[in-house]
Write a protein that binds this ligand. Structure first.
Ligand SMILES: Nc1ncnc2c1ncn2[C@@H]1O[C@H](COP(=O)(O)OP(=O)(O)OP(=O)(O)O)[C@@H](O)[C@H]1O
Ligand SMILES: [Mg+2]
Length: 383
Protein backbone atom coordinates (compact mmCIF):
# COMPACT_ATOMS: atom_id res chain seq x y z
CA UNK A 1 0.00 0.00 0.00
CA UNK A 2 0.89 3.62 -0.39
CA UNK A 3 2.38 3.99 3.12
CA UNK A 4 4.71 1.01 2.57
CA UNK A 5 6.31 2.55 -0.50
CA UNK A 6 6.78 5.90 1.19
CA UNK A 7 8.50 4.31 4.14
CA UNK A 8 10.64 2.24 1.78
CA UNK A 9 11.85 5.43 0.11
CA UNK A 10 9.45 5.69 -2.84
CA UNK A 11 8.78 9.38 -2.96
CA UNK A 12 6.24 9.19 -5.81
CA UNK A 13 3.02 7.73 -4.41
CA UNK A 14 2.18 4.34 -5.84
CA UNK A 15 -0.72 2.05 -5.13
CA UNK A 16 0.27 -1.49 -4.15
CA UNK A 17 3.45 -2.93 -5.68
CA UNK A 18 5.24 -3.25 -2.34
CA UNK A 19 6.93 -6.52 -3.39
CA UNK A 20 8.10 -5.02 -6.67
CA UNK A 21 9.35 -1.84 -4.96
CA UNK A 22 11.21 -3.97 -2.43
CA UNK A 23 12.94 -5.90 -5.27
CA UNK A 24 14.05 -2.64 -6.88
CA UNK A 25 15.19 -1.19 -3.55
CA UNK A 26 17.10 -4.43 -2.94
CA UNK A 27 18.81 -4.01 -6.32
CA UNK A 28 19.82 -0.45 -5.42
CA UNK A 29 21.16 -1.57 -2.04
CA UNK A 30 23.18 -4.40 -3.65
CA UNK A 31 24.62 -2.04 -6.26
CA UNK A 32 25.63 0.42 -3.54
CA UNK A 33 27.42 -2.40 -1.76
CA UNK A 34 29.42 -3.13 -4.90
CA UNK A 35 27.47 -6.14 -6.28
CA UNK A 36 25.96 -5.81 -9.73
CA UNK A 37 22.25 -6.58 -10.11
CA UNK A 38 19.73 -6.48 -12.90
CA UNK A 39 15.97 -6.17 -12.29
CA UNK A 40 13.66 -6.93 -15.20
CA UNK A 41 10.07 -5.64 -14.94
CA UNK A 42 7.87 -7.20 -17.58
CA UNK A 43 4.17 -7.35 -18.19
CA UNK A 44 1.37 -6.43 -20.56
CA UNK A 45 0.67 -2.93 -21.78
CA UNK A 46 -0.62 -0.52 -19.15
CA UNK A 47 0.28 -2.72 -16.16
CA UNK A 48 2.46 0.00 -14.60
CA UNK A 49 6.02 -0.80 -15.74
CA UNK A 50 6.98 2.80 -16.58
CA UNK A 51 5.44 4.05 -13.36
CA UNK A 52 7.52 1.60 -11.36
CA UNK A 53 10.72 2.36 -13.28
CA UNK A 54 10.26 6.12 -12.95
CA UNK A 55 10.40 5.76 -9.16
CA UNK A 56 13.92 4.27 -9.18
CA UNK A 57 15.65 7.60 -9.84
CA UNK A 58 13.76 9.25 -6.97
CA UNK A 59 14.40 6.49 -4.45
CA UNK A 60 16.45 7.57 -1.47
CA UNK A 61 18.94 4.74 -2.15
CA UNK A 62 19.58 6.27 -5.60
CA UNK A 63 20.93 9.41 -3.97
CA UNK A 64 24.61 9.80 -4.87
CA UNK A 65 24.35 7.26 -7.73
CA UNK A 66 24.76 8.13 -11.39
CA UNK A 67 21.30 7.36 -12.75
CA UNK A 68 21.01 7.23 -16.55
CA UNK A 69 17.71 6.54 -18.26
CA UNK A 70 16.55 5.70 -21.75
CA UNK A 71 13.10 5.09 -23.17
CA UNK A 72 13.38 3.14 -26.41
CA UNK A 73 11.46 4.11 -29.50
CA UNK A 74 10.69 2.28 -32.75
CA UNK A 75 13.30 4.16 -34.73
CA UNK A 76 16.72 2.56 -35.00
CA UNK A 77 19.78 4.35 -36.31
CA UNK A 78 22.29 2.48 -38.50
CA UNK A 79 24.88 2.22 -35.70
CA UNK A 80 22.36 0.24 -33.66
CA UNK A 81 23.27 1.61 -30.23
CA UNK A 82 20.44 4.11 -29.78
CA UNK A 83 19.60 3.19 -26.21
CA UNK A 84 23.27 3.42 -25.19
CA UNK A 85 23.48 6.82 -26.79
CA UNK A 86 20.32 7.95 -24.96
CA UNK A 87 21.72 6.65 -21.68
CA UNK A 88 25.00 8.52 -21.97
CA UNK A 89 23.64 11.66 -23.61
CA UNK A 90 23.11 13.69 -20.39
CA UNK A 91 26.78 13.22 -19.45
CA UNK A 92 27.81 15.36 -22.45
CA UNK A 93 30.99 13.34 -22.80
CA UNK A 94 34.08 15.17 -23.94
CA UNK A 95 37.13 13.74 -25.70
CA UNK A 96 38.97 13.53 -22.34
CA UNK A 97 36.26 11.29 -20.85
CA UNK A 98 36.58 8.56 -23.43
CA UNK A 99 39.90 6.81 -23.55
CA UNK A 100 38.89 3.91 -25.78
CA UNK A 101 39.23 4.64 -29.50
CA UNK A 102 36.24 2.46 -30.45
CA UNK A 103 33.67 4.42 -28.44
CA UNK A 104 33.71 7.77 -30.28
CA UNK A 105 32.13 5.97 -33.22
CA UNK A 106 28.92 6.04 -31.20
CA UNK A 107 29.28 9.65 -30.20
CA UNK A 108 30.10 11.54 -33.37
CA UNK A 109 30.51 14.78 -31.43
CA UNK A 110 33.69 13.28 -29.98
CA UNK A 111 35.14 12.29 -33.28
CA UNK A 112 34.51 14.25 -36.46
CA UNK A 113 35.94 11.43 -38.56
CA UNK A 114 33.60 8.51 -37.88
CA UNK A 115 35.40 5.23 -38.29
CA UNK A 116 33.82 1.82 -38.44
CA UNK A 117 34.61 -0.27 -35.38
CA UNK A 118 34.24 -3.98 -34.77
CA UNK A 119 31.27 -4.86 -32.57
CA UNK A 120 33.47 -6.35 -29.84
CA UNK A 121 35.67 -3.25 -29.72
CA UNK A 122 32.61 -1.06 -29.21
CA UNK A 123 31.20 -3.35 -26.50
CA UNK A 124 34.47 -3.41 -24.65
CA UNK A 125 35.07 0.34 -25.09
CA UNK A 126 31.64 1.08 -23.64
CA UNK A 127 32.39 -1.31 -20.80
CA UNK A 128 35.52 0.72 -19.94
CA UNK A 129 33.46 3.89 -20.08
CA UNK A 130 30.89 2.47 -17.63
CA UNK A 131 33.65 1.10 -15.37
CA UNK A 132 35.19 4.60 -15.26
CA UNK A 133 31.85 6.05 -14.19
CA UNK A 134 31.50 3.37 -11.51
CA UNK A 135 34.88 4.30 -10.05
CA UNK A 136 33.33 7.51 -8.70
CA UNK A 137 29.72 6.47 -7.91
CA UNK A 138 27.37 3.49 -8.26
CA UNK A 139 25.82 3.38 -11.71
CA UNK A 140 22.09 2.81 -12.32
CA UNK A 141 20.97 2.23 -15.91
CA UNK A 142 17.19 2.28 -16.46
CA UNK A 143 15.87 1.25 -19.88
CA UNK A 144 12.11 1.47 -20.37
CA UNK A 145 10.21 -0.01 -23.32
CA UNK A 146 13.15 -2.34 -23.81
CA UNK A 147 11.03 -4.48 -26.19
CA UNK A 148 11.90 -1.75 -28.71
CA UNK A 149 15.56 -1.61 -27.71
CA UNK A 150 18.09 -2.02 -30.49
CA UNK A 151 19.99 -5.32 -30.43
CA UNK A 152 23.40 -3.61 -29.99
CA UNK A 153 22.41 -1.88 -26.76
CA UNK A 154 20.88 -5.05 -25.29
CA UNK A 155 23.98 -7.02 -26.27
CA UNK A 156 26.07 -4.42 -24.48
CA UNK A 157 23.96 -4.58 -21.30
CA UNK A 158 24.37 -8.36 -21.36
CA UNK A 159 28.13 -7.96 -21.93
CA UNK A 160 28.40 -5.40 -19.11
CA UNK A 161 26.48 -7.54 -16.61
CA UNK A 162 28.66 -10.57 -17.38
CA UNK A 163 31.75 -8.58 -16.42
CA UNK A 164 30.31 -6.55 -13.56
CA UNK A 165 30.04 -9.05 -10.68
CA UNK A 166 32.03 -6.86 -8.31
CA UNK A 167 30.98 -3.50 -9.64
CA UNK A 168 28.41 -1.07 -8.18
CA UNK A 169 25.88 -1.46 -10.96
CA UNK A 170 22.09 -1.77 -11.21
CA UNK A 171 20.44 -2.33 -14.58
CA UNK A 172 16.65 -1.97 -14.65
CA UNK A 173 14.78 -3.05 -17.76
CA UNK A 174 11.06 -2.67 -18.42
CA UNK A 175 9.37 -4.34 -21.36
CA UNK A 176 6.10 -5.67 -22.75
CA UNK A 177 6.30 -9.42 -23.01
CA UNK A 178 3.87 -9.35 -25.95
CA UNK A 179 6.08 -7.14 -28.09
CA UNK A 180 9.55 -8.62 -27.76
CA UNK A 181 10.77 -9.99 -31.07
CA UNK A 182 13.77 -11.04 -33.12
CA UNK A 183 17.23 -9.89 -32.02
CA UNK A 184 15.85 -8.10 -28.95
CA UNK A 185 14.18 -11.33 -27.81
CA UNK A 186 17.42 -13.32 -28.11
CA UNK A 187 19.51 -10.65 -26.36
CA UNK A 188 16.91 -10.28 -23.60
CA UNK A 189 16.85 -14.00 -22.89
CA UNK A 190 20.63 -13.80 -22.32
CA UNK A 191 20.11 -11.04 -19.74
CA UNK A 192 17.19 -12.81 -18.07
CA UNK A 193 19.24 -16.00 -17.71
CA UNK A 194 22.05 -14.25 -15.82
CA UNK A 195 22.56 -15.02 -12.14
CA UNK A 196 22.44 -11.32 -11.26
CA UNK A 197 18.98 -10.91 -12.78
CA UNK A 198 15.67 -10.82 -10.89
CA UNK A 199 12.52 -10.95 -13.00
CA UNK A 200 9.36 -9.20 -11.84
CA UNK A 201 6.24 -10.35 -13.68
CA UNK A 202 4.01 -7.35 -13.20
CA UNK A 203 0.47 -8.59 -12.67
CA UNK A 204 -2.87 -6.85 -12.08
CA UNK A 205 -3.59 -4.70 -9.03
CA UNK A 206 -5.51 -6.66 -6.39
CA UNK A 207 -8.99 -5.73 -5.16
CA UNK A 208 -7.73 -3.57 -2.30
CA UNK A 209 -5.39 -1.65 -4.60
CA UNK A 210 -8.15 -1.16 -7.18
CA UNK A 211 -10.32 0.13 -4.32
CA UNK A 212 -7.58 2.60 -3.33
CA UNK A 213 -7.35 3.98 -6.90
CA UNK A 214 -11.16 4.20 -7.19
CA UNK A 215 -11.37 5.95 -3.79
CA UNK A 216 -8.96 8.64 -5.01
CA UNK A 217 -11.38 9.52 -7.79
CA UNK A 218 -14.59 8.88 -5.82
CA UNK A 219 -13.67 9.75 -2.23
CA UNK A 220 -17.27 9.84 -1.02
CA UNK A 221 -20.15 7.36 -0.97
CA UNK A 222 -18.11 4.53 -2.50
CA UNK A 223 -19.99 1.22 -2.60
CA UNK A 224 -18.09 -2.08 -2.44
CA UNK A 225 -20.08 -3.38 -5.43
CA UNK A 226 -18.89 -0.39 -7.44
CA UNK A 227 -15.28 -1.35 -6.65
CA UNK A 228 -16.08 -4.98 -7.60
CA UNK A 229 -17.39 -3.80 -10.96
CA UNK A 230 -14.33 -1.58 -11.56
CA UNK A 231 -12.00 -4.48 -10.67
CA UNK A 232 -13.88 -6.80 -13.05
CA UNK A 233 -14.08 -4.34 -15.93
CA UNK A 234 -10.41 -3.29 -15.74
CA UNK A 235 -9.00 -6.70 -14.81
CA UNK A 236 -6.77 -4.77 -12.35
CA UNK A 237 -4.84 -3.15 -15.20
CA UNK A 238 -4.00 0.38 -13.95
CA UNK A 239 -4.14 1.99 -17.40
CA UNK A 240 -7.58 0.47 -18.11
CA UNK A 241 -8.74 1.39 -14.62
CA UNK A 242 -7.67 5.02 -15.09
CA UNK A 243 -9.43 5.18 -18.45
CA UNK A 244 -12.55 3.63 -17.01
CA UNK A 245 -12.60 6.09 -14.09
CA UNK A 246 -12.03 9.08 -16.41
CA UNK A 247 -14.94 7.97 -18.58
CA UNK A 248 -17.18 7.37 -15.54
CA UNK A 249 -16.43 10.83 -14.16
CA UNK A 250 -17.09 12.37 -17.58
CA UNK A 251 -20.42 10.52 -17.74
CA UNK A 252 -21.37 11.87 -14.28
CA UNK A 253 -21.72 8.36 -12.79
CA UNK A 254 -22.06 8.07 -8.96
CA UNK A 255 -20.01 5.35 -7.17
CA UNK A 256 -23.07 3.72 -5.59
CA UNK A 257 -24.97 0.53 -6.39
CA UNK A 258 -26.79 2.31 -9.25
CA UNK A 259 -23.42 3.13 -10.82
CA UNK A 260 -22.53 -0.59 -11.17
CA UNK A 261 -24.45 -1.01 -14.43
CA UNK A 262 -22.71 2.07 -15.85
CA UNK A 263 -19.31 0.59 -14.94
CA UNK A 264 -20.20 -2.56 -16.86
CA UNK A 265 -21.31 -0.62 -19.91
CA UNK A 266 -18.41 1.86 -19.95
CA UNK A 267 -16.03 -0.98 -19.07
CA UNK A 268 -17.01 -2.84 -22.23
CA UNK A 269 -16.18 0.18 -24.37
CA UNK A 270 -12.86 0.70 -22.60
CA UNK A 271 -11.94 -2.97 -23.01
CA UNK A 272 -12.93 -2.99 -26.68
CA UNK A 273 -10.71 0.05 -27.28
CA UNK A 274 -7.90 -1.65 -25.41
CA UNK A 275 -8.21 -4.86 -27.47
CA UNK A 276 -7.98 -2.76 -30.62
CA UNK A 277 -4.91 -0.95 -29.37
CA UNK A 278 -3.27 -4.25 -28.36
CA UNK A 279 -3.87 -5.61 -31.85
CA UNK A 280 -2.71 -2.41 -33.55
CA UNK A 281 0.46 -3.06 -35.49
CA UNK A 282 -0.25 -6.82 -35.72
CA UNK A 283 -1.05 -8.34 -39.12
CA UNK A 284 -4.70 -7.87 -40.01
CA UNK A 285 -5.25 -11.66 -40.08
CA UNK A 286 -4.59 -11.81 -36.30
CA UNK A 287 -7.71 -9.68 -35.75
CA UNK A 288 -9.67 -11.88 -38.15
CA UNK A 289 -8.65 -15.00 -36.23
CA UNK A 290 -9.63 -13.34 -32.92
CA UNK A 291 -13.02 -12.29 -34.31
CA UNK A 292 -13.64 -15.78 -35.76
CA UNK A 293 -12.75 -17.40 -32.41
CA UNK A 294 -15.07 -15.01 -30.59
CA UNK A 295 -17.96 -15.72 -32.92
CA UNK A 296 -17.53 -19.49 -33.16
CA UNK A 297 -17.05 -20.03 -29.44
CA UNK A 298 -14.65 -22.17 -27.41
CA UNK A 299 -15.74 -25.54 -28.81
CA UNK A 300 -14.78 -24.72 -32.40
CA UNK A 301 -11.56 -26.31 -33.64
CA UNK A 302 -8.68 -24.61 -35.47
CA UNK A 303 -10.08 -25.90 -38.77
CA UNK A 304 -13.35 -23.98 -38.30
CA UNK A 305 -11.55 -20.84 -37.13
CA UNK A 306 -9.26 -21.01 -40.17
CA UNK A 307 -12.24 -21.42 -42.51
CA UNK A 308 -14.13 -18.43 -41.07
CA UNK A 309 -11.07 -16.17 -40.84
CA UNK A 310 -9.97 -17.14 -44.36
CA UNK A 311 -6.48 -18.20 -43.26
CA UNK A 312 -4.51 -21.44 -43.05
CA UNK A 313 -4.37 -23.60 -39.92
CA UNK A 314 -0.73 -22.68 -39.58
CA UNK A 315 -1.70 -18.99 -39.57
CA UNK A 316 -4.29 -19.71 -36.86
CA UNK A 317 -1.53 -21.23 -34.70
CA UNK A 318 0.72 -18.24 -35.38
CA UNK A 319 -2.10 -15.78 -34.56
CA UNK A 320 -2.82 -17.67 -31.32
CA UNK A 321 0.80 -17.07 -30.29
CA UNK A 322 0.37 -13.33 -30.89
CA UNK A 323 -3.00 -13.24 -29.11
CA UNK A 324 -1.48 -15.00 -26.09
CA UNK A 325 1.38 -12.50 -25.95
CA UNK A 326 -1.17 -9.63 -26.17
CA UNK A 327 -3.17 -11.15 -23.28
CA UNK A 328 -6.23 -11.55 -25.47
CA UNK A 329 -6.06 -15.34 -25.28
CA UNK A 330 -5.23 -17.07 -21.97
CA UNK A 331 -1.48 -17.68 -21.63
CA UNK A 332 -1.81 -21.46 -21.44
CA UNK A 333 -4.80 -22.10 -23.64
CA UNK A 334 -6.63 -21.57 -26.89
CA UNK A 335 -9.59 -19.59 -25.53
CA UNK A 336 -10.02 -15.97 -24.47
CA UNK A 337 -8.41 -14.80 -21.26
CA UNK A 338 -11.88 -13.90 -19.98
CA UNK A 339 -15.47 -13.81 -21.22
CA UNK A 340 -15.39 -10.00 -21.11
CA UNK A 341 -12.45 -10.15 -23.55
CA UNK A 342 -14.51 -12.31 -25.93
CA UNK A 343 -17.28 -9.68 -25.86
CA UNK A 344 -14.70 -6.91 -26.25
CA UNK A 345 -13.31 -8.62 -29.37
CA UNK A 346 -16.81 -8.83 -30.84
CA UNK A 347 -17.42 -5.16 -29.98
CA UNK A 348 -14.06 -4.09 -31.38
CA UNK A 349 -14.08 -6.27 -34.50
CA UNK A 350 -17.73 -6.73 -35.42
CA UNK A 351 -18.56 -9.49 -37.91
CA UNK A 352 -20.99 -8.93 -40.75
CA UNK A 353 -24.32 -10.71 -41.10
CA UNK A 354 -22.79 -12.77 -43.94
CA UNK A 355 -19.92 -13.83 -41.61
CA UNK A 356 -22.48 -14.93 -39.01
CA UNK A 357 -24.27 -17.09 -41.54
CA UNK A 358 -20.97 -18.55 -42.71
CA UNK A 359 -20.11 -19.25 -39.06
CA UNK A 360 -23.38 -21.14 -38.65
CA UNK A 361 -22.62 -23.21 -41.76
CA UNK A 362 -19.06 -23.94 -40.62
CA UNK A 363 -20.22 -25.08 -37.18
CA UNK A 364 -22.90 -27.18 -38.82
CA UNK A 365 -20.38 -28.77 -41.22
CA UNK A 366 -18.09 -29.50 -38.27
CA UNK A 367 -20.89 -31.59 -36.79
CA UNK A 368 -21.74 -29.24 -33.89
CA UNK A 369 -25.27 -29.81 -32.59
CA UNK A 370 -27.89 -27.59 -34.26
CA UNK A 371 -28.90 -26.16 -30.86
CA UNK A 372 -25.35 -25.02 -30.26
CA UNK A 373 -25.11 -23.48 -33.75
CA UNK A 374 -28.28 -21.46 -33.20
CA UNK A 375 -27.34 -20.66 -29.62
CA UNK A 376 -23.98 -19.19 -30.53
CA UNK A 377 -25.32 -17.02 -33.25
CA UNK A 378 -28.29 -15.81 -31.23
CA UNK A 379 -26.22 -15.10 -28.12
CA UNK A 380 -23.84 -12.95 -30.13
CA UNK A 381 -26.77 -11.14 -31.68
CA UNK A 382 -27.97 -10.31 -28.20
CA UNK A 383 -24.47 -9.17 -27.08
N1 LIG B 1 0.80 1.19 -8.87
C1 LIG B 1 0.20 2.23 -9.44
N2 LIG B 1 -0.44 3.17 -8.70
C2 LIG B 1 -1.06 4.19 -9.27
N3 LIG B 1 -1.10 4.41 -10.61
C3 LIG B 1 -0.49 3.54 -11.39
C4 LIG B 1 0.19 2.40 -10.86
N4 LIG B 1 0.71 1.70 -11.87
C5 LIG B 1 0.38 2.35 -12.99
N5 LIG B 1 -0.33 3.45 -12.71
C6 LIG B 1 -0.86 4.39 -13.70
O1 LIG B 1 -1.44 3.60 -14.74
C7 LIG B 1 -1.10 4.13 -16.03
C8 LIG B 1 -0.34 3.07 -16.85
O2 LIG B 1 0.90 2.83 -16.21
P1 LIG B 1 2.27 2.74 -17.05
O3 LIG B 1 2.33 3.78 -18.09
O4 LIG B 1 3.37 2.70 -16.06
O5 LIG B 1 2.06 1.32 -17.75
P2 LIG B 1 3.10 0.53 -18.67
O6 LIG B 1 3.13 -0.87 -18.17
O7 LIG B 1 4.39 1.26 -18.73
O8 LIG B 1 2.35 0.58 -20.07
P3 LIG B 1 3.00 0.45 -21.54
O9 LIG B 1 3.37 -0.99 -21.74
O10 LIG B 1 1.87 0.86 -22.44
O11 LIG B 1 4.18 1.38 -21.61
C9 LIG B 1 -0.30 5.39 -15.76
O12 LIG B 1 -1.18 6.49 -15.78
C10 LIG B 1 0.25 5.18 -14.37
O13 LIG B 1 0.50 6.40 -13.70
MG1 LIG C 1 5.39 2.14 -20.28
Amino acid sequence: MRGDEESAGWIQPLVGRSRECAALAGGLAKARSGRARCVVVRGPSGMGKSRLLSGVRRHELARGCTVLRARCSEVDSPSGFDAVRMLFEPLKLGADDVADPAVPVLFPALSPAIRPAADYAVLSGLHSLAADLMSSAPLVLVVDDAHRCDGGSLRWLDFLLRRADDLPLLVVLGYRCDALEGAARAAMSGIVAQRATTVIELGPLNWTDVGAVVAEVFPEGLDGRFVDACARASGGNPALLNRLLDDLVRAGVRPDSDGVAAVEEVGREVLAASVLSRLAGQPERVGRVAAAMALLGPAAGAESVAALAGVTRWQVAEALGVLRRCDVVAASGTDFAHDTVRSAVLDALPMSEADRLRAARILNDAGRPAVEVADHLLSHDRA
